[in-house]
Write a protein that binds this ligand. Sequence first.
Ligand code: NAI
Ligand code: MG
Length: 354
Amino acid sequence: MKKHIVLLPGDGIGPEVTKAAKGVLETIAEQFGHSFTFETHEIGGAAIDNQGTPLPEDTVAACKKADGILLGAVGGPKWDQLPSHMRPEKGLLGIRKQLGLFANLRPVKGFKSLLHASPLKEEVVAGSDLLIVRELTGGLYFGEPRERRNNGAEVVDTLAYTRAEMERIIDKAFQSAQVRRNHLTSVDKANVLESSRMWREVVEEKKQDYPDVHVEHMLVDAAAMKLVTNPAYFDVIVTENMFGDILSDEASVLTGSLGMLPSASIRQDGLGLYEPVHGSAPDIAGQNKANPLAAILSAAMMLRHSFQMNGEAELIEAAVNKVLEEKYHTADLNLTDGVQVSGSVLAKKVSEQM
Ligand code: NAI
Ligand code: MG
């Protein structure tokens, strides 16, 4: 298959980890006879420095034409003093919004060899393998009005959704459950919020279309507790924007290693932006210390979710697992009895396992 991939390396360790992920994609192309072409564009701080804006038009235009987009990270102290509309993060929010990427997918998996790094007891986190599907372009973060009133004595934010917005994210979650363990937990606050009551209705309607998926409803406060008491209980969690923001950050610490977590922001036609959950790590940038595995696992997500290349994605994930089992690691993983290597060597080890 032929696929065109836009690379947005960004700032700090972004370029290092993006390069590592590109190398793994090239190995996949070679082994499976695919043809991947790559085109690199600027976003974030690098774009501010060279083009005066965090999201240049040619970057957006290239992304619109791509089959998949792989992003490193944006930001850093160099740009911290800029006004908010000019900051690197604007580039990231802008590209998600301009491309209409409404579904944020964050898998969290407890790799066996890293369980000791979890803040939870090993026996609690063991077996965790969940996917959070978060609605990304609606709800409280976008609803209008949002304003101070009455000379600052009152304030209002708005939690608004259309039925269509709910349907598309809930469909995405059911479909994700079908290719996993067929267990969907829909998280809401239906005992209090009208929007959550409608969310439940939509889930109940949609479940007719996915009879093979076992679906349940859970209140967000209960879900927050269960995520730290029994994370292995979950397969796919689907929820609205704000609940998803909070739960996905809660879930991301379960495995104890920021350098391992991939994410995707996608839309119905399959176009997606794939990026590690971590930031630009200015403290270690340019030293070849950055853990490339989150970026590599993000590339695997691109193969699965945008290119329907499940076997290829699984091969990458198995190779990452193998490398960790052989105890190769970057400094952040803190594997005391293993072999500490640089980011680029770790990426090479992954390709060698494939
Ligand atoms: P961060 O995720 O960049 O770093 C937090 C800590 O984790 C640092 O000690 C860093 O060295 C370490 N770390 C992160 N990724 C690593 C990796 N792959 N390998 C090894 N160690 C890793 O978060 P921080 O420090 O809060 O933010 C730094 C900059 O990144 C800020 O400008 C922030 O705005 C930006 N940022 C960008 C994000 C994005 O592009 N999606 C997300 C989060 C932060
Ligand atoms: Mg967050």
